[in-house]
Design a binder for this molecule. Structure first.
Ligand code: ADP
Ligand code: MG
Length: 356
């Protein structure tokens, strides 16, 4: 069943739409990533769900009930901000207990209850031993855990996280990905995690929602999103597709670099484009012939870049456009390409995505 439903939610600022008809349904007990570029309306959507902002129109339902007019603190929702927003003069435990002070729990008669819950949460998020530490004397990752604990102690039915890893350095960000997933599994509530990073969204979400110009452009699991983006715009956000504009013409796609033979998956999106994933392309000498089931274009090599277990090579096509190829490194030394050298870039027809 769903913990949150959004039906045709609109929100504009001074007449400019930030949310232009959001429809989405979030299942109970799942990790949901909300991916979108800066300015796409991610924070606005979280604020509308939390009740900090009123939608202009549309419906928001928590577990099937409309929440119009319900103030934020009565919505049973946790909010974790990018900058953590901790109280510097309070200890770790006091920061976490603060989450409970303006709740229904009576601070005097229920002091034992509060202390017990705070202790449980501290264990859950891995902060045991740091209870009395000032929040100015803990690391970024620990601050992140305090911010999360302060929210979880209120036993929310859902937690909204606005770019929660944005303030952390790259190493810690990677570690916190799996930590956040583990903490969520332990407490069993739905997390809605906003990020501008496609790798973070794909790595973390059981479901990924893609926000484009104030609408949900796609909502699916990471594997499907990666292999079957619903439109060229979604493919562009994923940062792993070469995309050509143009149109289908007979048995080819007429692109700015010539006719690309068809044969791949066709997807209706309303905006024609041809997309081939970086890692589906082979680099060959120009005198090597292509097979019947292959598409071949020529390009000039610019540079290669290592990123962990992969090497990304950049080429310029004859119309000046950049084309990227990703090769996963094996034990063999990677091939070196000649700067400004001409190469054939070849892929299987059936590996392309054709948007019509
Ligand atoms: P994101 O979090 O994806 O970067 P935001 O939700 O912050 O995007 O912003 C979406 C759009 O709404 C932007 O164009 C932004 O300038 C505008 N916006 C957001 N909040 C306000 C506000 N309080 N007043 C006016 N415009 C706003
Ligand atoms: Mg934002």
């Amino acid at each position: 069943s769903s913990v949150l439903q959004l039906k045709n939610v609109h929100k504009a600022f001074s007449g400019v739409p930030a949310l232009a008809g959001i429809d989405a349904s979030l299942a109970n007990d799942t990790y949901v990533s909300l991916l979108g570029p800066s300015g796409s309306g991610k924070t606005t959507l979280l604020r509308v769900i939390a009740g900090f902002e009123q939608p202009d129109s549309g419906e928001i339902l928590f577990s099937g009930r409309r929440v119009d007019g319900v103030p934020p603190h009565e919505r049973g929702i946790g909010f974790v901000f990018q900058n953590f927003a901790l109280f510097p003069h309070l200890s770790v435990a006091e920061n976490i207990a603060f989450g409970l002070t303006n709740r229904a729990v009576d601070p005097v008669t229920d002091a034992k209850v509060v202390a017990g819950r705070v202790r449980d949460i501290i264990g859950l998020v891995g902060l045991s031993g740091l209870e009395d530490r000032a929040t100015t004397q803990i690391s970024g990752g620990q601050k992140q855990r305090v911010a999360l604990a302060r929210t979880l102690v209120t036993e929310p039915s859902m937690v909204l996280l606005d770019e929660p890893l944005g303030a952390l350095d790259a190493n810690l960000r990677m570690r916190m990905r799996s930590e956040l997933r583990t903490i969520r599994e332990r407490c069993g509530v739905t997390f809605l995690h906003v990020t501008g990073s496609e790798t973070e969204a794909l790595a973390m979400g059981d479901t990924v929602l893609v926000l484009d110009a104030g609408r949900i452009a796609q909502a699916t699991d990471a594997g499907t999103l990666y292999t079957r983006p619903a439109s060229a715009d979604v493919a562009r956000f994923l940062n792993c597709y070469n995309i050509f504009p143009g149109a289908v013409s007979g048995d080819a796609f007429a692109s700015p670099v010539g006719a690309l033979a068809l044969g791949g998956i066709r997807q209706t999106s309303g905006k024609p484009a041809y997309a081939i994933r970086y890692d589906r392309v082979a680099i060959r000498p120009t005198d090597a012939a292509a097979a019947d089931d292959e598409v071949r274009i020529e390009a000039s090599f610019v540079a290669s870049e290592y990123s962990g277990a992969a090497i990304n090579s950049f080429f310029t096509l004859d119309d000046g456009r950049v084309f990227e190829v990703e090769q996963h490194l094996s034990h063999a030394a990677p091939a070196a390409y000649e700067e400004k050298g001409r190469y054939a870039l070849v892929w299987k027809r059936e590996d392309a995505l054709v948007f019509v």
